[in-house]
Design a protein around this ligand. Structure first.
Ligand code: G1P
Length: 905
């Protein structure tokens, strides 16, 4: 059993999808309607934490809850059949030959289930999608066909339970909040508008209207309704055997009736119909959340016929296919090419769903974290670049003057909110990601001046990298840093990045690596605040410091910038320019940092000083180089079996984490990824790391390299993750995000076969549906049984896209110029020796075709010539790399697709 791609667009089918648990598919639009749907039409539907139309579900509810979308048929006055398979008869037959035949078809972004019962002679086709428009509505189109040889008499009823309130009320006042319900019937459906909303915002007048509307294909209206759950199910009934259906009752409510204080359901009865053999009838169900509270007929006017739904579905397909059309990869593996389309959509899904609104993501209240904000931009830079400068600039407003950042991110760009509970949580890796994203942006655009743009800083009660409180700050002060005289303070983006690297540099633990603080990338390493250290991210900061210095050199050279201004307080952290701290002394470093903290705890002076960019470069290089040699010298370990790698962590007792241990060898993947990516590991060391990782971390059973070995200990002096069973989530699963960054690091360093192997093993695992049990795409992790978990919303999708485009296909920017440096293996070229990618660059679309007629392997081919739209062009070729000037690309028509053919010999 497996899904199969059935079109060039990545559409796929899956037979018997109902024979899988935990499967769900996302439907969404830019207006903010978020839906998840399973093969038995379960899942939920919401526009935010406080506005769920369908009952909020976690993964376990997908098979246990009966509250999903349903549509019942009472056939020939005796048989009861549900299009989602949830009638007792269908459930009883689900393990024998009388089982309904079920098929799933899905594409961007629509979901179709076909369910047939041969004994009854009936087939239902149910299409669900969230149309691309300003409405928060999900459309469900149900088509019933008589596949028997006799005429069938069918009595149809749609049944969509309307939860209509905040997810918080699931366990908090579930009953009391039903008393708020005001239920109304109209000509086409059931409307629920609770009087108040009871949620974290307090008790407020509610304005949100939830409706379920139904209409027949020809515009015929329903015959009546059962709007209250208890009347619909009857005494002793349930959503699986509702009395209204089982006794084929007459609907007790007509349009224009009003009910209050009960759980509601959009139970809509349609006219009985006689279907001749092969005859079909279609019903349209609309599930809508209207936050303005307006009752109107717009939706019925817009979608109330089969033709209109067909058109909306076509628009929907076009819209999403266009969104994900770039980058479009073509390698010899056609399945991989299509699979990548589903990866393409994932960063967009995370932009729309945040980290909270699919069934596995049953935490958070919407929105994204700081890290995700920056990582998701990586992909958007390649797919939706228009707005990125604006977003990037706004995101920097979240940085605090102590180098930490706001963690609650508002819905508007640049909106950062103080944590109401003043939770002092500091993720030590947070300061490192903005630079990576900014660097990618500058490489793609050449927009060096972005570094000089001005931006404010975030301010709240937390101070000293969240280890203290500012006694002078009050809510009235607002969330922006001010000067002593009460004015808003702004500094350049360059200054923001600087501060994000300088404070961690001095914030070291006893082994002189940067402190782990509240955790690093691995959210689960959260119990070593005092003595924990993350060597892994010290490496990333070290690399960044050196890369930042390089970028400043270019800024100096290209933009003739000799001097820059910084807040006077920051000057002391550029110690090379004044005191020259001994970097080997933990005390000196910490002391300097504390002095700095005391200067910026409440305000800054607002005075700026001018420094030579040359001096700044020297300081950053000194710091970066110190980190590189420190890690090389102190953290390279060898165990008793003779394997060698980098230690990534120290625990809260100040003990080194990795290496031999009585419970078994301890190794982490994270400790290796950034030392490789950042050039700290030498090529020889990379070979050794690979040997060790293959020995201790690689496991085909879970699709590749695990995040860590089994520590066989609930290691309370390192983090909660050790409480998770081994092989799950952050405790030793194959965690896609880190695995893909491992691949990226290997590609970067020229270990192309190994980099490819990481992605290929992962891809082969997830496309093996029998084991992974997910639809196409990359999941957050693979669990111990091999199942793909937390599908769709994961930062690994951005990194995979980035890695495939910029490393595997080698399509990169270099200060705005286009660089092509393919790292494709011979097996990735098709039989004609072609591999290609259609992608955006400099606001133009390019089809970049690598032609490797002799199918040479990476390492054996060099670029021999480059032609653009059929003509050889001037370019700087060196070996396997070519640079094409932006000015040339910018002279091209924006509305055409341009063909770049790169000959490899
Ligand atoms: C998730 C979080 C990410 C975090 C990671 C490890 O990964 O979103 O910020 O670093 O867990 O704890 P994701 O789901 O993005 O793959």
């Amino acid at each position: 059993m497996s899904w199969k791609f059935v079109s060039e667009n990545g559409e796929f089918i899956l037979e018997n999808p109902d024979k899988n648990s935990y499967l769900y598919f996302p439907l969404v639009n830019e207006a903010g309607m978020m839906s998840s749907i399973t093969p038995n039409l379960n899942g939920d539907l919401k526009s935010g934490q406080n506005t769920f139309l369908l009952l909020p579900v976690s993964v376990e509810d997908l098979h246990n809850s009966k509250s999903g979308r349903n549509f019942w048929l009472y056939v020939n006055d005796k048989y009861i059949w549900s299009v989602n398979g949830n009638s007792p008869m269908q459930l009883a037959n689900s393990y024998n030959e009388k089982k309904d035949k079920v098929k799933l078809e899905a594409g961007f972004l629509w979901h179709k289930i076909t369910r047939e019962n041969n004994d009854l002679g009936i087939r239902a086709e149910i299409i669900n999608f969230v149309p691309v428009d300003e409405h928060k509505v999900e459309i469900m189109e149900v088509t019933i066909t008589n596949i028997s040889e006799n005429t069938l008499r069918v009595s149809p009823t749609a049944a969509i339970p309307i939860y209509g309130r905040s997810a918080d009320n699931l366990r908090d006042h579930r009953h009391v909040t039903s008393l708020l319900h005001r239920i109304k019937t109209t000509e086409c459906g059931v409307l629920v508008k609770p009087t108040l909303s009871f949620d974290e915002r307090g008790h407020k007048i509610n304005n949100v209207l939830y409706s379920v509307l139904g209409i027949e294909e020809n515009g015929e209206k329903p015959v009546g309704f059962f709007p209250e759950v208890e009347e619909y199910i009857g005494e002793g009934g349930s959503f699986e055997n509702p009395e209204a259906i089982f006794l084929n009752k007459k609907p007790y409510a007509k349009p224009g009736e009003y009910f209050e204080g009960y759980e509601a359901i959009g139970a809509i009865k349609f006219k009985d119909v006689e279907l001749k053999p092969n005859e079909s009838k279609t019903y349209i169900i609309l599930m809508d959340i209207n936050e303005e509270g307006t009752e109107n007929n717009i939706l019925i006017e817009k979608y109330g016929s089969k033709e209109k739904v067909k058109k909306a579905l076509e628009n929907n397909k076009k819209y999403w296919e266009n969104k994900i059309s770039k980058p479009e990869f073509k390698t010899s593996d056609d399945e991989f090419n299509k699979w990548m389309k589903w990866v393409n959509i994932q960063p967009i899904l995370r932009r729309l769903f945040g980290n909270s609104f699919l069934p596995h993501h049953d935490y958070g209240r919407g929105g994204r974290g700081w890290r995700d904000l920056w990582q998701d931009l990586l992909a958007l830079l390649m797919m939706e670049p228009d707005n990125v400068r604006f977003l990037l600039h706004n995101n920097f407003a979240g940085v605090r003057i102590d180098g930490s950042n706001a963690t609650i991110i508002g819905s508007k760009p640049g909106e950062f909110i103080a944590d109401r509970n003043n939770i002092a949580r500091m993720w030590m890796d947070h300061g490192a990601w903005p630079f990576l994203t900014t660097k990618l942006y500058i490489d793609l655009t050449g927009d060096l001046k972005f570094l000089l743009e001005s931006q404010t800083y975030f301010k709240d009660r937390l101070a000293n990298r969240c280890t203290d409180f500012d006694p002078n700050w009050t809510i009235e002060e607002g969330n922006k840093l001010k000067t002593n005289s009460g004015e808003l303070y702004s500094g350049s983006i360059l200054e923001h990045i600087l501060i994000q690297h300088l404070t961690p540099f001095f914030n070291v633990g006893m082994h002189n690596n940067i402190k782990l603080e509240g955790a690093d990338w691995n959210d689960g390493l959260d119990m070593a605040r005092d003595k924990g250290e993350s060597v892994a991210f010290t490496a990333l900061y070290g690399w960044n410091l050196l890369e930042f210095a390089n970028l400043l050199k270019i800024l100096k050279e290209k933009e003739n910038i000799e001097e820059i201004e910084i807040a006077e307080e920051i000057f002391m952290l550029l110690d090379t320019l004044n005191t020259n701290i001994d970097y080997n002394s933990v005390d000196e470093k910490n002391k300097l940092l504390n002095e700095y903290y005391s200067k910026v705890k409440s305000f800054v002076s607002g005075k700026k000083i001018t420094i030579k960019i040359e001096d700044l470069i020297t300081d950053l290089e000194r710091k970066g180089n110190w980190i590189v040699s420190h890690i090389r010298k102190n953290e390279w370990i060898k165990n008793n079996e003779g394997f060698e790698w980098f230690n990534g962590y120290y625990d809260n007792h100040g003990n080194r984490v990795e290496g031999d241990h009585p419970n078994g060898v301890r190794m982490t993947l994270t400790g290796q990824v950034f030392t490789i990516m950042g050039g700290i590991a030498t090529n020889e060391q990379i070979e050794k790391i690979l040997d060790s990782a293959k020995k201790y971390l690689k496991d085909e059973k879970v699709g590749g390299y695990r995040l860590n070995t089994n520590f066989h200990e609930v290691k309370l002096d390192l983090g909660r993750l050790f409480g998770f069973a081994f092989g799950h989530k952050e405790n030793g699963a194959m965690f896609s995000h880190m695995a893909v960054m491992f691949s990226n690091a290997l590609y970067k360093r020229g270990f192309v076969e190994d980099g490819f192997d990481v992605i290929n093993t992962l891809y082969n695992h997830v496309k093996n549906f029998e084991v992974s049990r997910i639809y196409p795409g990359i999941p957050e992790y693979i669990n111990e049984k091999g199942r793909g978990m937390y599908h769709y919303l994961t930062g690994s999708a951005s990194w995979l896209l980035l890695t495939v485009l910029t490393e595997m296909f080698g399509v990169k920017g270099d200060l705005g110029d286009l660089v092509l440096e393919p790292k494709l293996l011979h097996k990735q070229f098709d039989c004609k020796g072609i591999a290609s990618v259609k992608t955006l660059f400099a606001d133009r679309t390019f089809n970049i075709i690598y032609s490797n007629k002799n199918r040479l392997n990476y390492g054996k081919y060099n670029i021999s010539s480059v032609s653009l739209n059929g003509k050889e062009i001037e370019s700087e070729i060196s070996g396997n790399k070519v640079k094409i000037k932006r000015s040339l690309l910018e002279s091209l028509d924006k509305n055409k697709i341009h063909e770049l053919i790169v000959e490899l010999e």
